[in-house]
Design a protein around this ligand. Structure first.
Ligand SMILES: *Cc1c(COP(=O)(O)O)cnc(C)c1O
Length: 379
């Protein structure tokens, strides 16, 4: 089935008791049993909930996975994946991760005896240099947040398979509209559903998509045991959001391309980070593994001056100055003081995350209005 059709239909069936075309919000904590243990497959909503099930099926279908799991946030989904590991295990991951991912790795799980290697993944063969008998997981993000680096998923999967290491991919920026990592050999796909899948800046949620039954079973066990579940109302909102994912993403990509081109020609802009440029170091990999280049664009100013970037961001009228991304409305973020404030400055500068870097989540508004807004703010 084509992606557009899955976005509209997957997971959603008319409600058996009424025929309601939309999956009802089963806002219930528990389910009445006829006799102890004699029930309809639903006992308690931490474990089973029909609205949650519909969304899990939808996300699994979009990612071409067999299993979907939804969590209270993207970080809760990451937390569950790392709980597959034990003290002494090692993880190889990128050196420009989403700030919250970096924080949970270094400030939470490192204390539990898990070792993380933050390495340059522009060339995935670098992974080989860090693999040893304790390596259990490769964790990647592509495109990366906010530097828009591209990591070769297929290349990483080949290395992971050769060493029997799990490969997990944070697919938040691309969404399954642009790339499906399970098809490229990943074992686990993770989403901050908060962003493009929800798409309307009204929900915080995370998700995992998995093909392997055993890994899915372990993750479902961790989820139920640790309890970071998502609620039925939020599930409903995301089911609704996903129905237009393909339409929104097409427009995000179209607008993102025009905004990137505009910024690239602006005299006050130093560098624009967007994987669609032929000059992007991994443009060819992006072209191969992604259908298009998405709506995220980062740029630095000619003068690397935090105050100048603040002034620009204060002047935006359409781009909302906010953390988060992937909503229908355009947003601007200052990673070094907002989303990535937990990453030390010297580590940020190593990967090019300068104080003047502004990250844009280009929305689905009219692109001429967006460009005018950039123009007046930059001038
Ligand atoms: C936002 C984000 C997360 C964390 O998700 P939450 O829903 O905020 O917990 C993880 N990875 C990426 C790439 C993100 O943008």
């Amino acid at each position: 089935m084509h992606f557009d059709t899955k976005a509209v239909h997957a997971g959603v069936k008319p409600d058996p008791s009424t025929g309601a075309i939309m999956t009802p919000i089963f806002q219930t904590s528990t389910y009445v049993q006829k006799s102890p243990g004699d029930h309809k497959g639903f006992e308690y909503s931490r474990t089973q909930n029909p609205t949650k099930y519909a969304l899990q099926e939808s996300i699994a279908a979009l990612e071409n996975g067999k299993h979907g799991l939804i969590f209270g946030s993207g970080l809760a989904a990451i937390d569950a994946v790392i709980k597959l590991l034990k003290p002494g295990d090692e993880v190889i991951t990128g050196n420009d991760l989403y700030g919250g991912t970096y924080r949970i790795f270094t400030k939470v799980f490192q204390d539990f005896g898990i070792k993380f290697h933050f390495i340059d993944l522009d060339d995935v063969s670098n992974i080989e240099n860090y693999i040893n008998e304790n390596t259990k997981l490769i964790w990647l993000e592509t495109p990366t947040n906010p530097m828009m680096n591209i990591v070769d998923i297929k290349g990483a999967a080949t290395i992971a398979k050769a060493h029997q290491v799990l490969l997990a991919v944070d697919n938040t920026f691309a969404t399954p509209y642009l790339q499906t990592p399970l098809d490229l050999g990943a074992d686990i796909v993770m989403h901050s559903v908060t962003k493009y899948l929800g798409g309307h800046s009204d929900v915080v949620m995370g998700a995992l998509a998995i093909n392997d039954d055993l890994i899915a079973e372990k993750l479902a066990f961790i989820q139920n045991s640790c309890g970071a579940v998502a609620g039925p109302f939020d599930s409903f909102l995301v089911l609704r959001g996903i129905k237009t994912l393909h339409l929104r993403m097409a427009r995000h990509c179209e607008n993102g391309k025009k905004v990137a081109a505009y910024l690239n020609n602006h005299p006050k802009v130093n560098k624009v980070y967007w994987p669609g440029f032929e000059s992007h170091p991994n443009h060819n990999i992006a072209k191969e593994q992604m259908k298009d280049f998405g709506g995220m664009v980062s740029f630095t100013l000619l003068e690397d001056d935090q105050q100048a970037s603040f002034r620009i961001m204060e002047r935006f009228k359409l781009f909302a100055l906010a953390e988060s991304l992937g909503g229908v409305e355009s947003m601007a973020n200052h990673p070094s003081t907002m989303t990535h404030a937990s990453v030390p400055r010297e580590d940020r500068y190593k990967v090019g995350l300068l104080d003047s870097l502004i990250r844009l989540s280009v929305g689905i508004e009219n692109v001429e209005n967006l460009i005018s807004d950039l123009e007046q703010a930059l001038d």
